[in-house]
Design a protein around this ligand. Structure first.
Ligand code: ADP
Ligand code: MG
Length: 224
């Protein structure tokens, strides 16, 4: 499903280029789930952005769902962003001017996928039926993240990329959202790549890797 080879990325700074990824290799099978750990600033979000097609690498290859992202032009990359990936962020990132219903429909409509039965199941399972006409600012954090989860999955993307999806939630709400994320990702046949700081959260998925000094290492964060 996902094959990353020798990926390099640096950012320009006034002191010269800041190397963040220095030869990242990663394989993730279809339907698999992977936790990505690593210290703050180690490049986890950078790696997710590259896989999402939101930014481009300096060097290396990314094959996602059989497609070579590193060779694709802007038009096909835009299609990958629209149809291939579902994104979930720590800060929810809902569209404030849209109702819950429109936030949910947005991604599916962009992707041209109107699986209404699947979308109804999402609304039901996420407990959003009574919230459809509200706006994001009228919702709790947990409710907002449930809407964001529905939006991420609405078009049944091949790959779900979650960047600390429970990092902003209290423990009980985090557990509820995590449970829904894992259940619905499995139910949609998607593959999951999830950034987390929590060993407990990482333990709930199939495999954990840690980004350290620009490379991936198997297993969770080494204890300090
Ligand atoms: P993480 O998600 O693991 O905390 P990031 O991928 O966000 O790490 O950032 C990795 C490093 O790259 C950090 O030092 C960060 O300051 C730097 N960085 C991230 N994005 C940019 C950017 N757009 N421009 C310059 N530096 C950046
Ligand atoms: Mg980050």
């Amino acid at each position: 499903m996902l094959a990353v080879e020798d990926l390099h990325k640096s950012y320009p700074t006034p002191q010269g280029p800041l190397p963040v990824l220095r030869g990242v290799d990663l394989q993730l099978e279809r339907g698999g789930s992977l936790a990505l750990m690593g210290e703050s600033g180690s490049g986890k979000s950078t790696l997710l952005h590259l896989v999402a097609g939101l930014d481009s690498a300096d060097r290396g290859r990314i094959h996602a769902d059989g497609q070579p992202l590193h060779e694709m032009g802007e038009r096909r990359l835009a299609e990958w962003r629209r149809c291939g990936v579902g994104l979930l962020f720590q800060q929810f990132n809902l569209v404030g001017s849209l109702t819950v219903a429109d936030n949910l429909a947005f991604q599916a409509r962009l992707a041209g996928r109107h699986d209404l039965a699947w979308q109804a199941r999402l609304v039901e399972r996420l407990g959003l039926g009574d919230l459809l006409h509200r706006h994001p600012e009228q919702l709790s954090g947990g409710q907002q993240q449930r809407v964001a989860l529905g939006r991420a999955l609405a078009a049944r993307p091949a790959l779900v990329l979650a960047d600390e999806p429970t990092g902003n939630l209290d423990e009980a709400t985090a557990e509820q959202v995590l449970q829904l994320l894992l259940e619905l990702v499995a139910g949609s046949g998607s593959t999951l790549l999830m950034v987390t700081h929590s060993p407990q959260v990482a333990a709930r998925v199939q495999r954990t890797v840690t980004l350290r000094k620009g490379r991936l290492h198997p297993g969770p964060d080494a204890p300090a």
